[in-house]
Design a protein around this ligand. Structure first.
Ligand SMILES: [Fe+2]
Length: 409
């Protein structure tokens, strides 16, 4: 990390320490957070569900209860089942496999290895993630009506009102083209250690993040609401391959195969306010003055056993999800992908998050559209550009009216 950034960190820490007694505040937050993660761990140990679940059917029919909404807001995560029929997802899985095979992706990827450095500090090694953005199954899943309704439901869990008007439009989406994961059974090398995305040191030093987390930094952490949208679309992230420059209300993926505990898939800490613990932890006396528990610009923000060990017991696996089910988590949620896939089937997903209409997302989607038309990698990602001459990639003719609007075309 260069000296300029270290200087920012030192100055920020000094200033934040003048706003409250950070030791006392941390003790208080830690007590609350530990009670939450203890409860999560206990539920997991006794086989109870730890992540709220609902069926797409209930969203479609307006039958989601207030209790379910509260549960999602508390945990910061949700499983929404049956967004696509199982057969549809299985067909997409086969089609995506053929697209990779027919275009000889693996050989081409070996030639271009080393372009993606985002996760290089996470000790689990490089993930089984394919730098493909424009296959027909990805386009179809992103622009589906059922996906749009699901995202509308999720976006509406946020409080969008702000002094300068609504922070975003929860009812309209811009597409964030992301990659796809295909993980073979028996794989033991490919995983991601616990981390969060959407900014690392930015969460402390960026002015918009300082406003978002204002109550935590200013001695009123109980007033911190992870679902208050104000300033969320105004953060600026350090530019780096695979750092998301769109605002996402939720990260997420759509399952193409059946996968659950032991299958080398997703775990997370379903506690939306654990972020307060994370922020204040970095301001304690045992952390070096120019360090934020290892937060590094342009990298994922790691939850490190050395600093955050006492909350990692709240890291729980998702339950078994089936093809066509979707998994969602708030941008502040710590998550990981297991080192070992000990199951018997591929664990395949298409990454599709929720990124509603706002100025920040509109600016990105315009850049993204030109990449789509040329078949290049999406602008946030390493410029591998595999699909430029791939056979069978989606074109503008494959977009529905909704798909075009979501792509800013
Ligand atoms: Fe992540």
């Amino acid at each position: 990390m260069d000296n300029e950034i270290k200087a920012y960190i030192r100055a920020t820490k000094q200033r934040l320490r003048t706003l409250q007694d950070v030791t006392a505040a941390f003790q208080n937050v830690r007590d609350h957070t530990l009670r939450d993660v203890d409860a999560i761990a206990e539920r997991a140990a006794t086989g109870q569900s730890t992540i709220p679940e609902l069926s797409y059917e209930h969203i479609l029919n307006g039958r989601v209860s207030d209790a379910q909404r509260t549960a999602i807001r508390h945990s910061g995560a949700a499983i929404i089942r049956g967004v696509f029929p199982r057969q549809q997802a299985e067909d997409w899985n086969a089609e995506l496999g053929a697209y990779i095979e027919d275009n000889d992706y693996v050989t081409k990827a070996k030639e271009k290895a080393g372009l993606d450095t985002y996760f290089s500090s996470l000790d689990a090694g490089s993930p089984q993630i394919f730098g493909l953005y424009w296959s027909k199954p990805q386009i179809m899943a992103r622009q589906a009506e059922s996906m749009a309704r699901t995202k509308q439901f999720l976006n509406r869990l946020w409080d969008v009102r702000g002094p300068m008007g609504d922070e975003f439009d929860p009812d309209q989406e811009y597409t964030y083209a992301d990659r796809t994961r295909r993980r073979r059974p028996g794989d033991t090398t490919l995983g991601l250690s616990p981390h969060m995305d959407s900014g690392s040191y930015e969460r402390w030093v960026d002015p918009a993040y300082q406003r978002i987390y204002g109550p935590v930094f200013e001695g009123a952490w109980q007033d911190y609401d992870p679902w208050k949208a104000t300033f969320r679309t105004q953060t600026r992230e350090f530019s780096s391959p695979a750092v998301c420059s769109m605002f996402r209300t939720f990260q997420g993926w759509t399952g193409l195969t059946s996968q659950g505990p032991g299958d080398g898939t997703l775990s997370l800490i379903p506690s939306a306010r654990a972020m307060a613990y994370f922020l204040l932890r970095a301001l304690q006396d045992d952390v070096p003055e120019d360090d934020l528990c290892g937060a590094t610009p342009g990298r994922a923000l790691s939850a490190d056993p050395k600093w955050h060990g006492d909350i990692l017991k709240g890291l729980v696996s998702i339950p078994v999800v089936e093809p066509g089910d979707t998994v969602w988590w708030h941008p502040d949620i710590i998550h990981s992908v297991a080192d070992a896939h000990t199951g018997t089937d591929f664990a395949n997903v298409i990454y599709i998050g929720a990124s509603p209409k706002c100025a920040k997302n509109e600016a990105y989607v315009r850049r993204q559209a030109t990449h789509f038309l040329a078949g290049k990698s999406a602008p946030d990602f390493a410029a591998e550009d595999y699909e430029v001459d791939f056979q069978g990639r989606a074109t503008i003719d494959d977009l529905t009216d909704l798909g075009r609007r979501q792509m800013g075309l």
